[in-house]
Structures are given as C-alpha cells and as structure tokens.
Design a protein around this ligand. Structure first.
Ligand code: NAD
Length: 328
C-alpha cells in the first residue's frame, strides 16, 4: 500500500485530500504544525505528527523511519493581505519551510511531490480565462512564494529527477462530510457570506463594486474541495507521465461576488447583510481558469461544477458547526 505524506493535513483542503487518498487505498501520514489548522480535522485513520515542515531534523527522522512514496505538500499560509503586511512570515513559512522540506526529501530519497500552488502566481491576468502558459507575474508575496516553490521543483526535476506537479487552485470552496472550511480569521467569501446570513457576523464586507465586470464586483472561479482532492488523486497516479509541471484547478466558470451573495441568501433562506468597502490592493477584477489542460492530460472533470451545490455543502457544514471546529 503506498504511503503518502500529506502536509497541512489539519487544514481545509488537506483534510479533504487525506480522505480522498485513504479512500483510494493509500496509507497517509499527516503532518501539520497546527498554526492554522484544527486537530479535529485530522483523520484518525492516519498517523499524525505535529511538526513544521521547516523543522529539518524532525522531518528527517520521519523520512528516516517511514518509507514515504510521495509527498502532497499543502502546508502553508494563504492570506494575500497578511502576506503584503508581513512578507517576512510568508517567505519564512511558505518558501523557506518548503525548501527545507525539499531538502529533507532529497536527502532521504523521496522524489515525488504534488504541490498546492495558486492562481495568485498569475498576478493581474492579461486575459481571462487564464491558461497555464500565462506569464507568472505575482503581485503579492503569497503568490511569489508559490511561484518560487514551483520554480525550485522545476530545477529539482532537472537535476535530481524529482517528479512533481503543481496544482494551481482557483477558489476552493464547499465541504466534504465532517470536514469544512474554518480559517481563523476567515477571509474567504462563501464562509463569511454564510456567517452573515446566520447572524454570526454583523455584515459581509464587499471589497469593491466598481470593477469593470457586469455587476461591478470581482469575478472568481469557485471549485469544490472534493474536486480539488480528486485532482490530487489523479495527479499522483499519473506522476512522471504528465506533459506539464503545473495545472490549473478550476471549473472555467466565474461568479461575481454579488452572485455568490445572492445564491448564499437563497440557500440559507436569509438576507446577507452587506457593507461595500473600497477595493483591496492587488485584487484583480476577474480570475477564471482555463482548466482544459487538466481535462485533456488527466481526464479530470469537476463532479460538482454548480455554485449552488458548492454553497449548499458549505452551508450544511456551517449549520452543523456553528462555531467551527470545537477545540480551536
Ligand atoms: N483555500 C484556497 O482557496 C486556496 C487557493 C489556492 C491555493 N491554496 C493553497 O492550498 C493549501 C491549503 O489551503 P487551505 O485553504 O486548506 O489552508 P488551511 O490554512 O486551512 O490549511 C493549511 C494548513 O497548513 C498548516 N501549516 C502552515 N504552515 C505550516 C508549516 N510550516 N508546517 C506544517 N504545517 C503548516 C496549517 O496549520 C494548516 O493546517 C495552502 O498551501 C494554500 O496556499 C488554497
């Protein structure tokens, strides 16, 4: 049975990826320092190590004592705004720690990785939908750290025969069974719209209603977290045979902030109180994936492409977990 190390296993996407890998018959070793994730999100069917991927000696011990076949590296901080105000934190945690992880893998002969990258590597796109050939031009430290890890993976491939794929997620959303989205603080639109509809927060802050889009609000590509997890499963089994080193993970369809708010209100049967605020620096008007490469090369198709289903799943999870995961 293949043994897969999942870093960031206590996080939103990591916990769903873990479920999907277990379902496929893999064994999973969970790594997380719990700086942002939740102990409750870690599957009991995995062996868990509370450690930072940047702790070389501790990670070395784990690689030495467990025969890891591949690493799915999701561990990272993911708030664009925070990365702009505290680049130090992002370069240390997302770049330096990832490079330390690669170093440990190389030292112990583990040479397969699926890396959680982001649409943020494209910066403000020249054209939409965005294909993988679009220039890499991040406009914030978060996107820059992702681009630099992708670059390191490229050179590890050239020099050491590393087999890797970077999956550039667009906006992850939804929930999966007992696992859902609970970032603290929450900066993502759908969970915040649900909280506003449920009266847990006074209002939803809508950043910018004067974009050059049909209703003036920013357009994003929301992809169900289970579909993201499935992309990992498929990428892992095709590693070494894929023509590209990076793939977009999106549905190819964009929804505006207003459309998401309206749909959340309909699903929750409640109003979503909104306060319009100025645009956030570096927020592009429209980010929508050209996801055709993942379809052509991997046969991946989103199973849940409709925004209604994505929001319904998120609402169900938030209904069952009104204050998020217990125990922080
Ligand atoms: N959520 C999205 O829409 C989205 C979009 C694009 C890319 N991504 C990327 O996907 C990955 C997972 O995102 P998420 O939404 O699940 O975030 P999350 O915050 O829920 O999960 C990230 C996990 O990584 C852990 N972590 C952070 N730094 C660590 C370190 N140095 N060592 C060990 N553990 C560490 C945190 O404790 C947390 O549990 C991140 O790398 C993120 O940048 C997310």
């Amino acid at each position: 049975m293949p043994l897969i190390m999942v870093t960031g296993a206590a996080g939103f996407i990591g916990s769903v990826v873990t479920q999907a890998l277990l379902k496929e018959g893999n064994e999973v070793l969970s790594i997380d320092n719990l700086s942002r994730g939740h102990r409750m999100a870690i599957s009991e069917d995995t062996k868990f190590f509370r450690v930072s991927v940047g702790d070389g000696p501790a990670m070395g011990k784990i690689f030495e004592t467990s025969k890891i076949d591949a690493v799915v590296h999701l561990a990272g901080l993911n708030q664009v705004g925070e990365s702009v105000t505290d680049p130090d934190l992002y370069y240390a945690n997302n770049l330096r720690d990832s490079l330390t992880l690669l170093e440990s893998m190389h030292r112990f002969g583990v040479s397969k990785m699926i890396f959680s990258s982001s649409a943020a590597v494209y910066g403000v796109p020249n054209e939409v939908p965005i294909a993988e050939e679009h220039p890499i031009a991040p406009v914030n430290p978060y996107g820059d750290t992702k681009a630099r890890v992708e670059s390191a993976l490229h050179w590890y491939g050239e020099a050491y025969g590393f087999q890797s794929v970077s999956l550039r997620y667009f906006n992850a959303a939804g929930a999966s069974g007992p696992v859902g989205e609970d970032h603290r603080p929450e900066t993502h639109l759908i969970p915040n719209a649900i909280k506003a509809a449920q009266g847990q927060i006074d209002h939803l802050s809508l950043f910018g209603d004067d974009y050059p889009t049909p209703d003036g609000t920013a357009v994003r590509d929301y992809v169900h977290v289970e579909d993201i997890a499935q992309a990992h499963v498929q990428a892992l089994s095709a590693l070494g045979q894929l023509p590209r080193r990076a793939y977009n993970v999106g549905t190819g369809k964009g929804y505006s902030v207003r459309e998401i708010i309206d749909m959340t209100g309909r699903v929750c049967l409640a109003d979503v109180p909104v306060q319009v605020e100025p645009r956030r620096a570096g927020d592009p008007p429209e980010l929508v994936a050209d996801a055709s490469a993942l379809k052509t090369d991997l046969g991946w198709e989103p199973k849940f492409p409709t925004i209604e289903k994505i929001i319904q799943d998120a609402v169900r999870w938030h209904h069952d977990h009104e204050t998020g995961y217990p125990g922080g």
